[in-house]
Design a protein around this ligand. Structure first.
Ligand code: AMP
Length: 186
């Protein structure tokens, strides 16, 4: 399910649709901005179609998206797969009973939450975000989903930063990972 399964023209069209902002949000970071991809109708559709491709025809009960860019992609993917959508949000944003998890950031920690009744036990769920870097965010999201009884069947990202090892970290949890394009560095 890695980017090598995409034809090279699709891969370069998606790559071209992403804008890179140097030194945002802090010096040394190359921020991969997907708002340009979302604003490009062909690229947006292509990205969603390619992300769902391995799952079309299978049973996916819920798509879980990580706040905030994972909501946009996850909503479109859920529609395409005729699945429900489950938000994973920053602490304090969800109104009902939640399960929460702390996870490490580059400096310090953060917390994310999911509604404790967001899935039924055994629901087949795919996790979606725009980008995987170290995998800290996605690993915590998988843990939350498993805690509430989900069977996490895969994780999907438009962008992989392979040097940071996040996709491999998820694969080490026995989770298939679907990514579309890669960028060097972080
Ligand atoms: P990580 O937990 O290190 O895998 O970081 C993934 C999260 O941080 C995702 O929600 C991304 O949207 C965001 N992120 C990390 N690095 C970048 C980057 N270079 N450009 C854009 N977003 C990033």
């Amino acid at each position: 399910m890695d980017p090598s399964t995409l034809d090279p023209r699709t891969r370069s069209a998606l790559k071209d649709a992403i804008r890179t902002i140097p030194d945002y949000p802090k010096p040394g970071i190359l921020f991969r901005d997907i708002t340009t991809l979302l604003g490009d109708a062909r690229a947006f559709r292509r990205a969603v179609d390619e992300l769902v491709h391995p799952f079309a025809g299978g049973r996916i009960d819920q798509v879980a998206g990580i706040e905030a860019r994972g909501f946009i992609l996850g909503g479109a993917i859920a529609h395409q797969l005729s699945s429900g959508f489950v938000p994973i949000r920053k602490k304090g944003k969800l109104p009902h009973t939640t399960v929460s998890i702390a996870y490490a950031l580059e400096y310090g920690t953060d917390e994310m939450e999911i509604h404790s009744d967001a899935v039924k036990p055994g629901d087949r769920v795919i996790l979606v975000d725009d980008l995987i870097a170290t995998g800290g965010t996605a690993t915590a999201a998988v843990e939350l989903l498993r805690r509430i009884g989900a069977e996490v069947v895969a994780a999907c990202f438009v962008i992989d930063l392979p040097e940071l090892g996040g996709a491999d970290r998820l694969r080490a949890l026995d989770l298939p990972v679907r990514t579309l394009i890669e960028f060097e560095g972080h």
